[in-house]
Every structure is written in structure tokens, then in C-alpha cells.
Design a binder for this molecule. Structure first.
Ligand SMILES: *[C@@H]1O[C@H](CO)[C@@H](O)[C@H](O)[C@H]1NC(C)=O
Ligand SMILES: *[C@@H]1O[C@H](CO)[C@@H](O)[C@H](O)[C@H]1NC(C)=O
Ligand SMILES: *[C@@H]1O[C@H](CO)[C@@H](O)[C@H](O)[C@H]1NC(C)=O
Ligand SMILES: *[C@@H]1O[C@H](CO)[C@@H](O)[C@H](O)[C@H]1NC(C)=O
Ligand SMILES: *[C@@H]1O[C@H](CO)[C@@H](O)[C@H](O)[C@H]1NC(C)=O
Length: 468
């Protein structure tokens, strides 16, 4: 009788030990993950602080804390810098405009008549209509049709290579669903018709030694605001690029996070939508220390109104991992039902930079976007479908306005209705876009004289917040 019970106790103790070990290891892992996730923002914003406050004019001092020992620290990783560059004097040069860069305004005529125009919240003034006819952020049916009809015959298969470490994520895409699909990925740089370089790859990796064939295009690509790669630190290759594909409207082929498309007013019970909402404003955020200092801005707003913060920088969660802004089953419906406003605040004030934070709200999410960033919202987007922080002197003024608007049922519902006349359209993926331009512009020869200037601008395309 004694023997089996001892065995039992022993195995229970063993099990107990394993459980304790497991919990301990999990805790350590969680702490490490959390550290990695937050570390990145700390370094990134520290670099900016050096630029803006210590020595605004001298660019080299910006990166010095990051690069002084030849080691790049980013996202908790340490990478050996490709060369120790002392950034030589920065000489802006005029870029050669590309022949196909500007879209022809006259070609575009939006089909605004569809769905009836006089409906509630639906009127567009002629000034607004004119503005939207030339906005690249408004889905253009005519251009879309033309581009489908007037397809350039695809000649042969274009070979595309992604430059490390980009290629791992790039090469898995298929061209099957692309408008232009006669393309293939190759691993051999020499064979490629085009090499796509992610901004981070250029910053962190030396260019491999290989013979660049005549006619091979180098394409610079990134979704990130240019402040993220403040100076690419690559004087050796700044003049080597042919095309850029970034969010910037002056890039060779702009890569937009989304477009808005006009639609007929949906049928909704706006009264009940309104009455179901609390007075709080929601914010999903996990990047807690930013160039735009939005975190300080929101701190000040919160003295006058409720802002519910979801994610790493707040105390609320939606779903298992903080939130997913693209989660159409959970987080967006929650926004839709419970909140009047959503803070679509960008992490940096950079010209043309408006991210998916904004466009995601145009998928029948019944919430009014509050925007803050370097993008010219008024120039490119329909009026009266968002609240722009730049209209207010400071966060307090914005907060008082939101409280007032939130309490004004009629005005709030009107804004929702106006917003409901637009839905977001996803734009073409980067690999499809590369394939398309390789076929369409196969006979052109262009280059970007100075990528640093092209991407960062002089003065910089990004600026500091002016509302704090
Ligand atoms: C890459 O392609 C070039 C040209 O076709 C060829 O000479 C070279 O051997 C290839 N390299 C590899 C590693 O396959
Ligand atoms: C949502 O985001 C996750 C993580 O970024 C991604 O893996 C997933 O594909 C996205 N889903 C949609 C529908 O965009
Ligand atoms: C929310 O606003 C309504 C008016 O729209 C007001 O009656 C109510 O008291 C407010 N609730 C809170 C919690 O502030
Ligand atoms: C490029 O030039 C070739 C030869 O002149 C021509 O056949 C082809 O149609 C041109 N391609 C484009 C896209 O203009
Ligand atoms: C690409 O850029 C390089 C470097 O500026 C230039 O020498 C080359 O002619 C360009 N090629 C094409 C096809 O535009």
C-alpha cells in the first residue's frame, strides 16, 4: 500500500515541477516579447529627438546615437552596419520628372451621378467635385476601365528579384491574380529584369557583389513614412535607382494604402446606431512613442473626454492579441456599435502619408475618423466625413469640439451619412504593381538622381507637430 502512494506523490510532485517551470518560462518569454515590441519605438523616437532638439540643422547628429559604433539597434536586434558612413554633405538635386508620373486630370470624370445625388448627406459642391476628380485617393472608374481595356501586350516574362531581407516575404506572392501577370521571381540577381529593394534592406545590408546587367531596373520600395529611414546612409548607391514605389505622390509609382469609392447611400437606422453608442472615443495603438507625439496629444485630450485605448499602449483589449484593426469580425464591429469617434492619428507628420488606419474605417464601420498627420486631407478627400485635428489650435480645443459634436445627434448622424457615401477600395499589391510597370514602361529609361533627396526631401518631407 505504501509503495504505490509514494509513487503517486512523486509523480504529482514531478508534474507540479513541470507546471511551475512551464509558467516560469512563459512569463520570461512574455517579458522578452514585450521588451522587443516596445524597444523599437524607443530607439526610433530617440533618434528623432536628437534631430529636432539638439541639433536641428545637422543630420549626422540624428543618427549618431544609433550608428556611432557601427551597430544598428532596431527592434531589439543588433545588426552590423554595412559601412561606417560619415554622411557626406547633403546636396539636393532636382529630380528628373517621369513622363508618366502625373495623371492627366482631364481624363478623369467620376461617375458621381450614380445612386442619385440629392440624397441626405450626399450633395457635393462643384468645388468639391472638381477637387475629387483629380485626387489620386478617389477611385477612378474611367481610368480603371481604360487601364483594363488599353492593356499593353505583355512581352515575355519579366523576372523580378527582391533584395534581402525583403525577398523572403516578397517571393511567396503569386502573380496569378494581378492585372499584369507575366512575371516571375528569380533568386539570381544577375538574371532579374528588376530588383526591388525595401528601404530597410538598403539601410541594413551591403549590396551584394554582382554584375548589374544593362537594362536592369532598381526599384526602391517602402510603405513607411520617410522619417523612419531618416537618411538611408548609402551614399554609394543613392544614384543607382530607376524607380520608386512609395506612399509619396511624387514617387515614380505611388503606392496608396487605399482609395475611396462613391456609392449610393446605404439603408441604415441611424437613430438606433447613434443611441447605441457611448460617448467615448476609441484608439487602437501599439506604437507608444512616436514622431508625431500623438501619445502626448491624446493625454491632453483625455483631460476633457474619454478615450479608450486598446493595445500595447493602453489598458483595453479587443480579441486575443490587443486588437486587430483589420479584424472585421470583432474589433471593427465593436467600434461600429460602441464608439462615436476613432483616432486615426498617424505616427509621423509626413507629406502624403495617410495609412490604412483611415481607410479601414470605410468598410461600413459606423464611426467618425478623427485624423492627425502630414497628409493634406482637405486637398484629397471628400469634405465632412472626418474631423481634422489641424483645424484646432490644440488638443483641448479638438476634445471640446468632439464632445459637442458627439452630443449633437443631428449633426453627428449627418456626418455618418456623408461618410457612408464612400467605401474603401483596396489598391493593387506591390508585386502586381511592379509587374505592371515593368511591362508598361519597358521601353523607358529613367533614373532617380539622388534617392535621399527624392525620398526625404530638402527641407524634409516630414515635420514636427505644431499643435502641442
Ligand atoms: C546567375 O545567372 C547568371 C547569368 O545567367 C549565371 O552566369 C550565374 O551562374 C547564375 N548564378 C547562380 C548562382 O546560379
Ligand atoms: C489582418 O492582419 C493580420 C496580421 O497583420 C494578417 O495576417 C491578416 O492577413 C490580415 N487579414 C486581412 C483580412 O487583411
Ligand atoms: C452622453 O451624451 C448624452 C447626450 O448625447 C448625455 O445625455 C449623456 O449623459 C452622456 N453620457 C455620458 C456618460 O457622458
Ligand atoms: C517597346 O519597343 C518595342 C520595339 O520598338 C515595341 O515593339 C514595343 O511595343 C514597345 N513596348 C511598349 C510597351 O511600348
Ligand atoms: C537605371 O539607372 C541606372 C543608374 O542611374 C542607369 O545607368 C540606367 O540607364 C537606368 N536604366 C533604365 C532601364 O532606366
Amino acid at each position: 500500500m505504501v509503495y504505490p502512494s509514494t509513487k503517486l506523490i512523486k509523480s504529482i510532485m514531478r508534474l507540479g515541477k513541470r507546471i511551475v517551470t512551464f509558467i516560469g518560462l512563459s512569463l520570461v518569454l512574455m517579458i522578452v516579447i514585450n521588451f522587443l515590441a516596445t524597444d523599437k519605438t524607443r530607439y526610433a523616437s530617440r533618434a528623432y529627438v536628437y534631430r529636432s532638439h539638439v541639433n536641428p540643422g545637422e543630420i549626422i547628429h540624428l543618427a549618431a546615437p544609433l550608428f556611432h559604433d557601427g551597430v544598428i539597434r532596431y527592434g531589439g536586434l543588433e545588426l552590423q552596419a554595412p559601412h561606417r558612413t560619415t554622411f557626406e554633405e547633403y546636396k539636393p538635386r532636382q529630380d528628373v520628372p517621369l513622363p508618366f508620373q502625373a495623371r492627366d486630370a482631364e481624363e478623369k470624370e467620376l461617375n458621381f451621378k450614380e445612386g442619385g445625388e440629392g440624397g441626405e448627406g450626399g450633395e457635393l459642391t462643384s468645388v468639391e467635385r472638381e477637387k475629387l476628380n483629380v485626387s489620386p485617393f478617389i477611385f477612378d472608374e474611367v481610368a480603371e476601365e481604360e487601364s483594363l481595356r488599353g492593356e499593353v501586350a505583355q512581352q515575355g516574362v519579366k523576372l523580378i528579384s527582391g533584395y534581402l531581407p525583403f525577398e523572403q516575404s516578397f517571393n511567396k506572392y503569386s502573380f496569378k491574380l494581378c492585372r499584369y501577370n507575366s512575371c516571375r521571381f528569380v533568386n539570381n540577381l544577375t538574371k532579374a529584369d528588376a530588383i526591388v529593394f525595401a528601404a530597410r534592406a538598403i539601410r541594413d545590408h551591403p549590396i551584394l557583389d554582382y554584375v548589374r546587367p544593362e537594362g536592369q531596373r532598381w526599384i526602391f520600395y517602402t510603405y513607411d513614412p520617410s522619417i523612419v529611414y531618416y537618411k538611408l546612409h548609402r551614399p554609394d548607391i543613392v544614384s543607382e535607382f530607376n524607380w520608386s514605389i512609395t506612399y509619396q505622390l511624387h514617387s515614380s509609382f505611388p503606392l496608396l494604402f487605399g482609395q475611396l469609392r462613391r456609392r449610393s447611400p446605404p439603408v441604415k437606422d441611424y437613430e438606433s446606431i447613434y443611441s447605441g453608442k457611448s460617448n467615448a472615443t476609441a484608439w487602437f495603438v501599439s506604437h507608444c512613442s512616436t514622431w508625431s507625439k500623438r501619445e502626448l496629444y491624446v493625454d491632453r485630450m483625455r483631460k476633457l473626454m474619454d478615450v479608450h485605448i486598446f493595445g500595447l499602449c493602453g489598458d483595453r483589449k479587443c480579441g486575443l492579441i490587443h486588437y486587430r484593426l483589420n479584424d472585421s469580425t470583432l474589433c471593427l464591429p465593436m467600434l461600429s456599435q460602441q464608439y462615436k469617434f476613432y483616432l486615426a492619428f498617424e505616427n509621423a507628420f509626413c507629406q502624403d502619408y495617410v495609412s490604412e488606419k483611415f481607410f479601414k474605417l470605410f468598410e461600413d464601420v459606423d464611426v467618425i475618423p478623427v485624423v492627425r498627420g502630414g497628409f493634406d486631407y482637405k486637398k484629397y478627400l471628400p469634405d465632412g466625413i472626418y474631423v481634422d485635428a489641424s483645424d484646432f489650435k490644440n488638443p483641448e480645443d479638438l476634445a471640446s469640439y468632439l464632445v459637442k459634436l458627439g452630443d449633437n445627434k443631428e449633426e453627428y448622424i449627418n456626418m455618418l451619412k456623408r461618410k457612408d457615401r464612400w467605401v474603401a477600395v483596396a489598391t493593387q499589391s506591390i508585386h502586381c504593381q511592379v509587374c505592371e510597370v515593368l511591362h508598361k514602361y519597358s521601353n523607358t529609361t529613367t533614373f532617380i538622381p539622388n534617392l535621399n533627396y527624392h525620398y526625404h526631401g530638402e527641407p524634409s518631407y516630414c515635420h514636427e507637430p505644431a499643435d502641442l
